[in-house]
Design a protein around this ligand. Structure first.
Ligand code: ZN
Length: 435
């Protein structure tokens, strides 16, 4: 990069973790620690950092030892244990809080990374199914372009559950011809898939927006003050100065000479959208946030681009999380087999739960759905939507015991995964028995 290059120039391919860490290490202790805390999902404060913060504690309760006496049941031996004049439990407390917030931030970022990857692959795997359905509707069912357009136009509001149930009942009584059955079944599955595509496109967009917002957000001053054990005022002051110092040092290291506007943009990016009174729990707007080319954003992007170590899995903390039926539903959801009505019931908690999101992603990757060739997808869709045959007693006897589980399951239940969100109309019988 030339000495006159703007600080907002396209991302520098040479900005690496090594460079970033070297620049941070060159800062004064307070600034070094602050930058590491601001980049906490990607950086761990050193033991020197922890010691420095513990020594600075100004909380009156901690100074007087009140908390310690309570926390350790008045055990003076522990209370007096000091490292270079700083009570050991102060050091532990600072270190534990930093690690606690780090693990929370990493868990959230990891969840969003997994979700975005899951949605992307979900949509990628859905497309060949949609293509196959369109092809079969046009060829096997001789459906014209206009009828296909109608199906698409009506997909959003079509009462799929009701229609599928009616179709199942007719098939059961042999009141429908093979060709009619296939056409109707394909039409309904096609519409259910179109609705899936719409839902998951929106979810992918939302996950990307949220991930960007998370990347651009550091711990708020209140959280930083809690880790450091200082008041919010000095923390805010240190935050701004540290970001300025880091950016100047980085610009020097990169031989860039930022103009005032670029520097301001970078400082603002470092301070983040919620400088004062901000809370991690505020939620994010649905407005897309662009990661810019300023040096702070480039720093975050360079660090976020590294492969994150998987976060240790914790069990679900929401109601029903320990039930095996939830795992089954998540697996079906990942493989396009969970009805919209069932999906709606579990979605809100699934989205927020790192464990559920991990289960979804794992099920997707194990399913092999993404590796299917187009002709395989076509054959599978064709088989699935063929008129069901009632087995003669001889066929039932001839079937090996470990035959696919379709045997004995009512047709309506086999259609369950394809039902829409209007299950209420049909009493939702399957939802009690299918799983
Ligand atoms: Zn869960």
């Amino acid at each position: 990069m030339s000495p006159t290059a703007s600080i907002t120039a396209p991302p520098s391919p040479t900005l690496t973790r090594e460079q970033i860490e070297a620049v941070i290490a060159s800062l004064q202790p307070v600034q070094r620690i602050m930058i590491r805390l601001l980049l906490l999902p990607f950086m761990t404060p050193s033991s020197d950092d922890i010691f420095f913060m513990a020594r600075e504690r100004t909380e009156p309760a901690m100074r007087s030892g009140g908390n310690i006496a309570t926390a350790f049941g008045g055990n003076t031996a522990i209370r007096r244990e000091k490292i270079n004049g700083v009570p050991k439990d102060w050091i532990d407390s600072v270190g534990n809080r930093a690690l606690l917030y780090q693990s929370q931030l990493r868990e959230n970022l990891g969840r969003l990374n997994l979700l975005a990857a899951f949605f992307q692959d979900y949509l990628a795997g859905l497309q060949p199914e949609l293509d196959s359905m369109e092809q079969l509707l046009a060829t096997e069912c001789e459906m014209g372009q206009e009828s296909l357009d109608d199906l698409r136009a009506q997909a959003r509001l079509a009462p799929l559950t009701y229609a599928l149930k009616k179709l199942a009942a007719r098939a059961d009584k042999q009141e429908v011809e093979d060709e009619d059955y296939r056409r109707e079944r394909l039409s309904l599955e096609y519409q259910a898939h179109l609705r899936r595509r719409d839902r998951f496109k929106k979810r992918l967009d939302q996950a990307r927006v949220e991930r960007q917002a998370v990347l651009l957000t550091s711990l708020s001053d209140e959280f930083l003050a809690e880790v450091w054990g200082l008041a919010v005022g000095p923390i805010r002051n240190r935050r701004v100065k540290s970001i300025q110092a880091y950016l100047s040092a980085l610009a020097t290291a990169l031989h860039a000479s930022p103009d005032q506007a670029s520097m301001t943009a970078a400082v603002n990016a470092g301070i983040g959208p919620k400088l004062s009174g901000g809370s991690l729990n505020e939620g994010f707007s649905s407005k897309p946030v662009d990661l810019c080319g300023d040096l702070w954003s480039l720093t975050v992007q360079a660090l976020a681009a590294e492969l994150m170590a998987p976060v240790a899995s914790k069990p679900c903390s929401h109601p029903g999380g320990e039930m095996k039926s939830l795992t089954v539903k998540l697996r079906d959801l990942a493989t396009y087999g969970l009805g919209e009505d069932e999906e709606v019931k579990i979605w809100a908690q699934t989205l927020q739960c790192p464990n559920c999101v991990t289960t979804l992603r794992t099920a997707q990757q194990k399913s092999g759905l993404l590796d299917r060739q187009a002709d395989v997808v076509l054959a599978q869709v064709k088989t699935r939507t063929a008129m069901p045959r009632k087995e003669t007693p001889a066929e039932v006897l001839a079937k090996p015991k470990d035959a696919p589980e379709e045997t004995g399951i009512a047709l309506e239940e086999r259609l369950r995964p394809w039902l829409g969100d209007d299950a209420g109309e049909t009493g939702g019988r399957g939802s009690q028995t299918w799983w």
